[in-house]
Design a protein around this ligand. Structure first.
Ligand code: ZN
Length: 379
């Protein structure tokens, strides 16, 4: 069997050039035109590979790409997930330019996760040049709203995953190179307190202080945290009021929660939905809930990782596993019981941070691993 490592290592300059082009097209999730431009570039690359490409237009988020290589949509397939959006606003590159240093490429979005797209395209190019088709067609989704919860892409991801024998998520690896075999579930609530405005001097007793109302609920929410089960609640953003001499009419908070165990979802959701106003005539408005279920480290995950580890070992790579509190689209596919390998993208560090970077050698290694999995995976 061919060892793809040599060819992927030779292809590294092209992989790197592709990654730089991708990173140069800045694509923050809220900027539809910017994400669309990145999608247009990727669809050209896919067409050049000979993939069957469809752009799925979106109105509220960046356009998505569905592509299949080789051939067209099939009943049995591998599924790969990449998101083209980043957390970095257009213009970030001006103050945080792409640069190489000590075998690393630094820059916004390179690690999370433009490198994943570059790795995937490299793996397919290497297989194409070698005349080695994957065992099953590779169905590829490139989405534009992962960093803001995948609201427009979740249905598409789940529909494709349901008839896939393996989902490979090209999200970054953990800083030590481990892929992610456990992810916490992620949710968010918004709690709005409605009171009544009044002059703080002349009419204090007629007011209902929305900030005071909200404040009663903060300790209650924070106390839902239970480190023994891996449940955390974070009141992370709070705003309210208009001036110090006005009894505030409105206050709101945004609450992030993470859970490790499915059973904890009910406890947290019930407690948050069950918040009741403390002040006379105050009103609470609660919205939100679980966004991504936990990616559990269950028997399917153990078996899926073990096969990936063995395939990595067969080309001389050590593959390890790890966990993270962050969610990805892999939470959706694993939640459906579909074998999922997440964190198969670049090794590096600094996602969403100023030192974001990828280790260049890992681009070739991960492309070789992907090519190996696609040609040798036993479902
Ligand atoms: Zn990501």
């Amino acid at each position: 069997m061919p060892n793809h490592r040599q060819r992927c290592a030779q292809a590294l300059p092209e992989t790197l050039s592709l990654l730089k082009q991708l990173a140069t097209i800045e694509s923050p999730s809220p900027d539809k035109a910017a994400v669309d431009a990145c999608a247009a570039f990727v669809s050209e690359q896919l067409s050049a590979l000979g993939a069957d490409v469809t752009i799925v237009p979106q109105t509220t988020a960046g356009n998505q790409i569905q592509a299949t290589w080789p051939g067209v949509d099939q009943s049995t397939q591998f599924l790969t997930l990449c998101h083209l959006d980043t957390v970095w606003p257009v213009g970030t590159l001006a103050g945080m330019p792409l640069h190489e240093e000590n075998g690393k490429l630094f820059g916004p979005g390179v690690y999370d996760m433009k490198a994943g797209t570059a790795i995937l395209l490299t793996a397919l190019q290497v297989l194409r040049e070698a005349g080695l088709p994957p065992k099953h067609p590779v169905r590829m989704l490139f989405t534009g709203d992962e960093e803001v919860g995948s609201l427009t892409s979740r249905n598409l991801i789940e529909a494709e995953a349901r008839h896939s024998l393996l989902t490979i998520v090209l999200e970054p690896a953990l800083a030590g190179g481990q892929i992610k075999t456990f992810r916490k579930g992620v949710g968010e609530f918004t709690v709005v307190a409605h009171g009544r405005a009044a002059h703080a001097g002349g009419d204090h007793q007629k007011g209902i202080n929305a900030i005071e109302e909200l404040a009663y609920h903060i300790p209650a929410l924070q106390k839902l945290t239970d480190y023994t089960t891996g449940t955390t609640i974070n009141v992370g953003l709070i705003k309210g009021g208009s001036a110090s001499n006005v009894v505030p009419e409105r206050a709101e908070m945004e609450v992030d929660f993470r859970i490790s165990q499915m059973a904890e979802i009910d406890r947290v959701v019930t407690a948050v939905q069950g918040l009741r106003p403390v002040l006379n005539e105050a009103r609470l408005e609660i919205s939100g809930g679980l966004n991504r279920p936990p990616m559990e480290h269950n028997a399917t995950m153990v078996k899926t990782f073990e096969q990936a580890r063995q395939l990595a070992a067969s080309i001389g790579l050590t593959l390890e596993e790890g966990s993270t509190g962050g969610g990805s689209d892999g939470n959706f596919t694993a939640g459906l019981g579909i074998p999922t390998l997440d964190g198969m993208g670049a090794v590096g560090d600094g996602a969403h941070a100023a030192h974001e970077h990828v280790i260049l050698a890992s681009l070739a290694e991960r492309a070789a691993l992907l090519a190996t999995i696609l040609t040798q995976w036993e479902a």
